[in-house]
Design a protein around this ligand. Structure first.
Ligand code: ADP
Ligand code: MG
Length: 678
């Protein structure tokens, strides 16, 4: 029997070599493997007899092997097998797959899942040997499809997981009763259904139960942080920071625009924190383009004028440069120093109060900087919110986190009880909603022509966002155009025109990324093909068109954030959504959702709509959502967050409180992985 803590090497079939590969992916124990989520399920559950088969339908038949052969056609080897059942005969065929014949011994009863082609042959079917009890792993059921692990063939992974689940010791499930009360299934059942569900509905129940565990972990973590925060020493209090602020304030009266009411309100909230010695721990939320940087800058300018330093940490180099640009424009008198991984010792000056803007590298300089104010710009990622906690600074800094994720206030109180909240819920005047279209594949070519005309006529830039960098190894994702593929295609299309197209993604070398960014800002590039991760950090005032590929893979809130990247100078802007082949054919639901998105421009509303779609297809997989580090839960799941809150209160007031620990640990990235300086 296996336990959750059993090391993976102790699992039958996993030797030291495979073990090492799994360790690299942080799959160390049986529990880690059980929490390795399927990307999706393929429905191979429809069973028929041979005489009932019709072409192009994914079905499963059980039949007896009558003969096999292996032959060559040119350099290709071809494997074929004949099988029969009581109703007829069937021919199976594979290419370059000699191993497949090993288990197809004449007279063996096998289960076959696949599609008949128009000539009545089944090409590349999946087979397995029939068992006495009729239990199957790869055929005849909803079959889990996992993301690819090198040297761990998908069938072996699936077989290993089945073996683990069939031999798993009874799990302790301390909150089973509370979960049941809220109509959630037991943990053991959830883990089993997650991998080998009998019906799609089960996968949703499984996911819900695990999402509950995850939310409990987040709540637990937040409470711990709050307790720790309360233990911290004092921060600098800034008596020179005014209690109130209006547009005539000396620090901002030269701004080229008027601050919105919401910006002023948030600035006031931050200022009032800065006036006390209790370290601020505040989250500033605002849609992309709502002007968070300006507000953050106001706090920095005050702190620096009062003789202390401030630090602004951004997730990417691109964002660092962008912040510096914005801040220099708004605060010409504030000394700004840039810190990246390449910044050498001696390049920085610590004797004067300054604003240090940098990537995570700047966190290693905190000892020297001794900032009184530390700002994290997370865009819509919640990775490192709490990192400052571990820094052993002489004096605790005030901490402000910026985020573009629209989170309802009640959620904040539950999931992030350790944070105070400020919301910029108003966009700067004059910004027009981005005109959004869902474009059918048939209009792709004419769209490109239209884009080229627009760009030329308006001296504008366009962005094309693809979900992935490379063509996917996952069969689950094979219909999705990757950034590299799309780049090639668009490059060809625009080759006739004089538009300059460039590809930018996270795996391009840093110096090159930087060079591309500079060319973007210098308007030497007209069309940028990229992925959401990089793209989210770019603020191009001239960008007027954004094309989003495989739009069905994104949550609406994420789409909205992407859309917020264009029209930032107040010009008319457009968002063109394309779907990948798979979606437009089979998934009219996705199309309906995207059509709604075209008309709705309220980020919070869209986030709520994300929640309302249920079903395994939406709950699983590669769709982007606000938290990188949450595997199961989605904070837009109002019901479940409410349940998690109730259950966590029940746990806290029960005798088990002392022994209870979260089942799912929220990933290390969510906590703290930055090595301490010194
Ligand atoms: P965010 O970080 O919230 O996405 P930024 O702070 O980068 O937004 O602001 C986006 C752009 O809008 C910047 O160029 C900034 O100078 C400008 N901006 C900020 N506040 C206002 C305002 N109240 N009115 C007009 N423009 C503004
Ligand atoms: Mg920003």
């Amino acid at each position: 029997m296996y336990r959750l803590t059993t090391p993976i090497e102790a699992v039958k079939g996993i030797g030291p070599k495979l073990g090492a590969i799994l360790h690299e992916r942080k799959l160390d124990t049986v529990k880690d493997l059980l929490l390795f989520l399927p990307l999706r399920y393929e429905d191979r559950s429809q069973k028929k007899t041979i005489s009932q088969l019709v072409p192009n339908e994914l079905i499963t038949v059980e039949a007896e092997v009558t003969s096999t052969s292996n032959f060559y056609k040119g350099r290709r080897s071809i494997q074929s097998a004949s099988v029969k059942d009581a109703t007829g005969k069937l021919k199976l065929m594979w290419f370059n797959n000699p191993h497949v014949l090993a288990r197809l011994i004449r007279g063996t009863q096998i289960v076959i899942s696949g599609k008949l082609n128009d000539r009545g042959t089944m090409i590349q079917p999946t087979t397995e040997i029939a068992t006495a009890d009729g239990d199957t792993i790869h055929t005849g059921r909803l079959v889990p499809i996992y993301s690819h692990i090198t040297e761990f063939p998908p069938a072996t992974l699936r077989r290993t997981l089945k073996h683990i689940i069939d031999n798993l010791d009874n799990l302790s499930d301390p909150i089973a009763t509370q979960a049941a009360k809220h109509h959630l299934i037991p943990l053991q059942e959830a883990l089993c259904a997650l991998h080998f569900p009998d019906a799609e509905e089960q996968t949703i129940q499984a996911r819900e139960r695990l999402a509950l565990e995850e939310l409990l972990a987040v709540i637990h973590h937040s409470q711990q942080l709050k307790a720790e925060w309360n233990q911290l020493g004092n921060a600098v209090s800034f008596a020179t920071v005014p209690e109130d602020i209006d547009g005539k304030d000396g620090f901002i009266q030269h701004f080229p625009f008027e601050l919105t009411g919401a910006q002023l309100r948030c600035a006031r909230e931050i200022f009032s924190d800065l006036r006390t010695t209790t370290p601020m721990n505040r989250l500033l939320i605002g849609d992309v383009g709502s002007g968070k940087t300006a507000v953050a800058g106001m706090a920095c300018a005050r702190v620096i004028a009062d003789g202390s330093s401030a630090v602004l940490v951004a997730p990417t180099q691109i964002l660092v440069e962008q912040h510096v640009q914005t801040l220099k424009k708004l605060f010409p008198n504030v000394p700004i120093q840039i810190v990246t991984a390449k910044t050498k010792k001696g390049e920085l000056q610590f004797d004067q109060p300054s604003l240090f803007v940098g990537t995570h590298a700047v966190l290693n300089k905190l000892q020297e900087i001794q900032p009184a104010l530390l700002i994290y710009d997370e865009q819509h990622r919640f990775g490192v919110m709490q990192r400052s906690m571990s820094q052993r600074l002489t004096q605790q800094p005030h901490v402000l986190t910026l985020s573009a994720t629209p989170i309802p206030r009640t959620f904040m109180l539950t999931l992030f009880s350790h944070l105070s909240l400020s919301v910029i819920d108003e966009m700067p005047l004059g910004r027009k909603p981005v005109t959004t279209w869902l474009v059918p594949e048939s209009k792709r070519a004419s769209s490109y022509t239209w884009i080229a005309d627009q760009l030329r006529a308006n001296q504008a830039q366009a962005m094309v966002v693809c979900p992935f960098i490379d063509p996917s190894e996952n069969e689950a994702l094979e219909n999705v155009a990757s950034a590299t593929e799309r780049f090639e295609q668009i490059g060809k299309v625009f080759a006739q025109t004089n538009l300059r197209v460039t590809l930018l993604h996270g795996r391009i070398k840093k110096p090159e990324q930087q060079e591309i960014t500079q060319r973007l800002y210098a308007r030497d590039i007209d069309v940028l093909v990229t992925t959401p991760i990089v793209e989210v950090g770019i603020d191009l005032p001239a960008a007027a068109i954004i094309v989003i590929e495989a739009a069905e893979r994104f949550g609406l809130a994420s789409l909205h954030q992407l859309r917020g990247r264009v029209g930032r100078a107040g010009q008319e802007a457009f968002c063109l959504l394309f779907t990948s082949g798979g979606a437009s054919k089979g998934n009219s639901d996705a199309n309906k959702r995207l059509k709604q998105f075209c008309d709705i421009h309220d980020g919070l509303k869209l986030a709520e709509m994300d929640l309302q779609r249920r079903g395994a297809g939406n709950l699983f997989g590669t769709e982007q959502h606000g938290f990188d580090s949450l595997q199961f839960a989605n904070w837009t799941n109002f019901d479940l967050v409410a349940k998690a809150k109730l259950i966590s209160e029940e746990i806290a007031s029960s005798p088990q409180a002392q022994n209870w620990a979260p089942f799912i640990s929220i990933s290390a990235a969510e906590k703290d992985e930055i090595p301490l300086a010194n």
